[in-house]
Ligand binder design. Structure first.
Ligand code: ASP
Length: 368
């Protein structure tokens, strides 16, 4: 079927209002981010740039603010910021070193969105490229489309010139094998002698215990001109069904940006965020006048109302998983809230060091 006749058949690689600097892709992007960190160029308004992220984004928010202060657009600054986490082999939840799917293959999801143009880019189930947020940014900047998946996303990344590599680190491979060997006593895999003595496997068990963890980085940003952007990037649910896609690459779920209002994103159980269009819901609550924190809490209340199946509820009828929202409004106010107490989020403003702050919550964790 033909596209609507109003659509241009030719992508505009550098749309108006979106080309404050030359595009830098692939491995050189993080270096470029570092090179400009520390440089400052005041925005016309004199307002500070602001970034908010999940707790693993302490360094990322600092980088994003430095980039915005140097004149980079919020969406690009956000993508630059999260590159440091995508590169980190010790973060099991994002990019290189992310834990693989049930077949031992690392599949990454990401999206980004630009407030001034309301354009978005996303990739899902991308294999072999450590910076899915940068590939998503290329989808945004170089195509008329929003979301590419699987092999198509990989072909796109290859065509653009991103470096292809094996993302499964030795540490992640050992943890995956441990999981395979211990998830059931009725499958073909037996625990290997000494497996739980391996320091990497031991550290994983101590940190995550019996739960099946998830993780992600979401980063939302506002610059001194009060333009808004954001990104979310993840390796998704640990040991997921191959091809499973969560909220992170879905515009309106893991991220939503509206230049009139602000930006919001999520981490945690993606299916539950998708069910309530989480990022969009937070932004709509801010549009209706709520503060970022109050908007995050209101979206979580809606998520609780939508959580009805018994296998997702604890013995008190509360969600047995966690979801966290992060938000910034156009004024540069930030907020975050989680279903369960104990969560933190990262915030940075021009001229200040990045800080970790407590997130609001709906339920106090039971004391063990
Ligand atoms: N939201 C991500 C997903 O469902 C995982 C996470 O943030 O923990 O894939």
């Amino acid at each position: 079927m033909n596209d609507t006749p109003t659509e241009s058949p030719v992508p505009s690689p550098q749309p108006a209002g979106f080309s404050r600097r030359d595009l830098v892709i692939g491995g050189s992007l993080a270096a470029a981010a570092l090179a400009t960190a520390g440089a400052t160029r005041a925005h016309a308004s004199g307002e500070p740039s602001v970034a908010v992220a999940s707790a693993n984004g302490l360094e990322a928010v600092g980088r994003a603010v430095a980039q915005m202060d140097a004149g980079v657009s919020p969406v690009e600054a956000a993508v630059h910021g999260v590159a440091v986490v995508e590169d980190d082999p010790d973060d099991f939840t994002v990019g290189y070193g992310g834990l693989p799917n049930s077949e031992g293959v690392v599949q990454l999801d990401s999206c980004c969105m630009d407030g001034p143009t309301m354009r978005a880019g996303a990739v899902a189930a991308l294999e072999g490229f450590r910076h899915p947020a940068q590939v998503a940014l290329q989808v945004l900047q170089r195509t008329t489309r929003v979301l590419l998946v699987g092999d198509g996303a990989a072909r796109f990344a290859r065509a653009i010139g991103f470096e292809e590599e094996n993302l499964l680190t030795e540490k992640a491979r050992k943890i995956w094998l441990y999981w395979k060997a211990n998830m059931s006593d009725r499958d073909d895999w037996l625990p290997a002698p000494g497996q739980t003595e391996d320091p990497d496997v031991r550290a994983f068990i101590e940190e995550y215990g019996a739960v099946r963890p998830t993780g992600t980085i979401n980063l939302c940003a506002v610059d001194g001109d009060r333009d808004v952007g954001g990104t979310t990037t993840t390796s998704g649910l640990f040991f997921k069904i191959p091809g499973r896609v969560g909220d992170s690459p879905l515009i309106g779920a893991g991220l939503f940006v509206d230049n009139e209002v602000g930006a919001a994103g999520s981490t945690g159980r993606g299916e539950s965020v998708i069910q309530i269009a989480g990022g969009h819901t937070v932004v709509e609550f801010m549009r209706a006048g709520k503060s970022p924190e109050a908007a995050c809490l209101a979206a979580l209340e809606r998520l609780v109302q939508a959580t009805r199946v018994p296998y997702l509820l604890d013995d008190k009828g509360r969600p047995s998983f966690d979801v966290k929202f992060y938000a910034v409004n156009k004024k540069g106010e930030t907020g975050s809230a989680a279903l369960w107490s104990g969560a933190k989020h990262a915030v940075c403003r021009s001229g200040s060091k990045p800080v970790l702050l407590d997130s609001a919550y709906l339920y106090e964790r039971d004391l063990k």
